[in-house]
Design a protein around this ligand. Sequence first.
Ligand SMILES: [Zn+2]
Ligand SMILES: [Zn+2]
Length: 292
Amino acid sequence: MEKYGIAFKDAFFGTIDWTWNSILFEVPWYTNYFWGLIAISVVVWILEMIFPWRKSQSIIRKDFWLDGFYMFFNFFIFAIVISGVFNILEVLFNEIGITVKTLAFINTSSLPTWVQLVVFFIILDFVQWFTHVILHRYEFLWRFHKVHHSVKEMGFAAHLRYHWMENIFYKPLKTFGVMILVGGEPEQAFIVHFAAIAIGHLNHANIKITWGPLKYIFNNSVMHLYHHVKALPEGKTRGINFGISLSIWDYIFKTNYIPEESGKVEIGFPGEETFPKGFFGQLFTGFGKEKK
Ligand SMILES: [Zn+2]
Ligand SMILES: [Zn+2]
């Protein structure tokens, strides 16, 4: 029992230390997610100011600060809180003999680094696409995912407005997906993580970038705005455009839907009027059935 306590403590204080050292620039720059997230956010925000898609939307849009807080909450504060629990799980799995190497399906270690990274990116993205579909499919999961869909004015920071329970759903699926297929993260995985943050920010930003013919591969702000549409099209009431970084899964599984590109469509979900608007209300939402 004691080792689980130690595993919890090590990960918890280790993550606090790591975060603090990141703030002080005392970690390698390419693993500094704290300042990395801020740098990407500032760049995308400046792009929103120079090239706004919805010209009438203000630079500090509705819920800008709420979403700004969510960025740090989900990325750092909650990561610290949950790190101990995830580490206990890792110790448990090692105990019963499931280690990274016993699971690996494909051995990518002999491939060039960039191929490893591309494979890792594609697998990670597909697992997240699938998780996202499930978040929409089942009512008890949708209740949490509604936090992300409660955004009423779209901007880059909306990317990281989501219920902390989503970390709990995504993380094990991502870890298992990657472990089972390629045996773990490649060494330079940070490149993929930073690219995913940048793409996610752009997908939510008030900037119209559609990547030309590459739109069938990469997700984009037009496609993702329709993911947030309030009035879902007939026959697709379980959602559309589930893509995270890549749009290709939606084209393959025919969940794609982009009827027009004005950027003016109403976003949200039916019944949002009674949904908690502030951080603390949203922190505890999703547990138990709503009153009708
Ligand atoms: Zn969604
Ligand atoms: Zn979104």
